[in-house]
Design a binder for this molecule. Structure first.
Ligand SMILES: Cc1ncc(C[n+]2csc(CCOP(=O)(O)OP(=O)(O)O)c2C)c(N)n1
Ligand SMILES: [Mg+2]
Length: 328
């Protein structure tokens, strides 16, 4: 049970809706993938929704966001339209990356959403550059950088943490610790599995948060964002979470005990928030039905938008591709 106090009813319902939008959107993506409407690599965030939903409440529209290939949820709660995301999944020109990025490379300059990065750890130096630019221009902004536990074993993680602390860059390092990097459990690739402890050695505030509790995530992210924005220091949050689905659509998920998955499902972030709101008299059955209905409507509209979209004509394929001698 969360110790973080419940927010006002409107805010509680908003958080619930955000998480549900991500969950239902991705459930639809699974169906569309099976129907070959969506192709290529696809990684689902189901089970981890509280992380993106909580953090996004704590940052401002002018702040920047950098995410990984498991980023549908981040993009949705950041405010990129479900239609632009679905069209991108379909590979349509109306997609947020013109259909050229697909599931792993969602991008939207308007919301300062800088990907969608397929390289493990690759987003961290990018986040540093964004934060450095803001700092040098005297803008009081933060860069929220999401990455997985697997990235902590990469050199880029350590170089980025070191420089961010040394230069006082306002980066929120948001480590989504779901205990696995593809099929490898964290204890098999990390010498120190307490990731907040590891991060603290870089001389920045670092702490662990229950990543299945959206209210706790939001509270922690608000604290970290305030430290970064006003204190000019990076902060590290280890968000302890779990993916309910396999790593990607091609993963038979044979490396985790079924009981472990079932145990984590008992901490489903959406059910947990619903139950708390209900128990406090802030959520009725009618409210839940209305949220489900509105979310379903938004997703249906997104699918219709993607279906009606256009595939890039073959003669345009070389546009935006640069090589020596290219006509730009
Ligand atoms: C530099 C690099 N090495 C390897 C891969 C292959 N790869 C893709 S996802 C992944 C696991 C990453 O795990 P984690 O960072 O914990 O994120 P999660 O998938 O659990 O969200 C790996 C090794 C890659 N994309 N980039
Ligand atoms: Mg992981």
């Amino acid at each position: 049970m969360s110790v973080a106090p419940l927010p006002e009813r409107e805010h509680g319902l908003h958080l619930l809706r955000q998480m549900l939008l991500v969950r239902r959107f991705e459930e639809k993506c699974v169906e569309l993938y099976s129907a070959a409407k969506i192709r290529g690599f696809m990684h689902l965030y189901i089970g981890e929704e509280a992380v993106a939903a909580g953090v996004m409440e704590a940052i401002e529209p002018e702040d920047a966001v950098v995410a990984t290939y498991r980023e549908h949820g981040h993009a949705l709660v950041r405010g990129i339209s479900a239609g632009a995301i679905m069209a991108e999944m379909y590979g349509k020109v109306e997609g947020c990356s013109r259909g050229r990025g697909g599931s792993m490379h969602l991008f939207d300059a308007a919301t300062r959403f800088y990907g969608g990065n397929a390289i493990v750890g690759g987003g961290l130096p990018l986040a540093l550059g964004l934060a450095l630019a803001d700092k040098r221009a005297g803008r009081e902004r933060v860069t929220a950088c999401f990455f997985g536990d697997g990235a902590v074993a990469e050199g880029e993680f350590h170089e980025s943490m070191n420089l961010a602390a040394l230069w006082g860059l306002p980066v929120l390092f948001l480590c989504e610790n779901n205990l696995y990097a593809m099929g490898t459990a964290i204890g098999r690739y990390e010498s120190e599995t307490d990731l907040a402890l590891k991060a603290a050695s870089y001389e920045m505030p670092a702490w662990a948060v229950d990543g299945m509790d959206v209210i706790a995530v939001e509270a922690a992210a608000r604290k970290a964002a305030a430290e970064a924005r006003l204190g000019g220091t990076p902060c590290f949050l280890e968000l302890r979470t779990y993916r309910f689905r396999a790593h990607s659509m091609y993963d038979p998920d044979l490396y985790r005990p079924k009981e472990e998955i079932e145990r984590w499902k008992q901490h489903d972030p959406i059910a947990a928030l619903s139950e708390r709101l209900e128990a406090a008299g802030l959520l009725s059955a009618e409210d839940s039905a209305e949220i489900e209905r509105a979310v379903a409507e938004e997703i249906e509209a997104a699918i219709a938008f993607a279906e009606a979209g256009t595939l890039e004509p073959v003669e345009d394929l070389k546009r935006f591709v640069y090589w020596e001698g290219a006509e730009i």
